[in-house]
Design a protein around this ligand. Structure first.
Ligand code: FES
Length: 136
């Protein structure tokens, strides 16, 4: 009887641990260390939806980048200065950011993330997937 109970417990425990093994680890969402320094990070308005999915990009640690918030840059996901065009009347400014590790990052290209400039999954929302984009 004891052996049977022990055997059942071993099987039960191996099934529980097997469940943990099959679940992939949650991806680490990076943060911008310059967020508290530049007031552009406090802008409440988002830009237009440029794309419905993020863009994977290699970034170097310690190097400063400017992420396009307005969604009109031609060198997405980074700023090319289009927001300065007086005739376009763009109110959003780019987001300056750095990364702590040199590696590939998923950059937000829908311009609606709450973790600027990195993708936080907001692009999966129905209204963004149905939005008219610049890039199709
Ligand atoms: S691309 Fe904007 S949140 Fe993912």
């Amino acid at each position: 009887m004891f052996r049977l109970r022990l055997k059942n417990n071993i099987i039960k425990n191996s099934l529980i641990s097997a469940n943990y093994v099959t679940k992939p680890p949650k991806p680490e969402i990076p943060t911008n260390p310059l967020k508290q320094i530049y007031s552009a990070n406090n802008q409440t308005e988002n830009g237009i939806v440029y794309d419905r999915k993020p863009f994977k990009m290699m970034l170097e640690a310690g190097k400063s980048y400017q992420w396009c918030l307005c969604g009109r840059s031609k060198s997405q996901p980074l700023c090319d200065g289009t927001h300065k065009d007086h005739y376009l009347k763009i109110t959003q400014r780019p987001i300056r950011f750095q990364v702590e590790k040199t590696k590939e990052y998923w950059m937000c290209n829908c311009k609606q993330t709450k973790n600027r400039p990195f993708c936080d999954g907001t692009h999966k929302q129905k209204e963004i997937q149905e939005a008219t984009t610049i890039r199709i």
